[in-house]
Design a protein around this ligand. Sequence first.
Ligand SMILES: *[C@@H]1O[C@H](CO)[C@@H](O)[C@H](O)[C@H]1NC(C)=O
Length: 183
Amino acid sequence: MKLGTFSSVLALASCTLAAPGTVKPLLKRNPSGSFSLVAYSLESSAIDIFYSDGIAYAGDSSKWTYGSVTTDVTFVIQDAEMITTATTSGVTLDSDTLFYIRPTADEVLPVGFTGNGVVTPSDAVSTNFIFYGTYLMWEYDDGSLSDSFRAKETNVTGVYELYYDFSNLYPSGYEIPVVKSSS
Ligand SMILES: *[C@@H]1O[C@H](CO)[C@@H](O)[C@H](O)[C@H]1NC(C)=O
């Protein structure tokens, strides 16, 4: 089951790379330097993943007025952890702010960020991230990969909360984004 969505990513990736002359091997490789994360297949073009009060959202952060701390972010990946930096003017995040998923079976749980005075759930895991091509994956201890991101539109059109569906339940009411690095 856990490889299900990954196969679909591979299928998608092979389509994306099918244009003659542009075939590049997809390899496990991490972006060097800082990058942003974008979500595909929610809107007609890619939308940015941003931070609001410890939770990951996708869309135009300026339209999300409900958070007390909301910012666009960039990431650096180091030792399989995604260190998160605020890029919206006037906002600073803790220097050790880490992106996390909650790999708990049979639940669909929000994706978020550690630190900044927001309680990190006890099942949050901020390590084991890796990129396959530009696709963000979470790696099991046995080396297999998962990419079970889900998204639910908030009450602001075009702004989505990001979730992880660790057991691939594909619950109704959630969309299936593809999460990639910008570089
Ligand atoms: C929209 O969602 C936010 C965050 O969950 C909530 O605080 C706000 O009250 C909601 N607004 C409306 C109009 O439902």
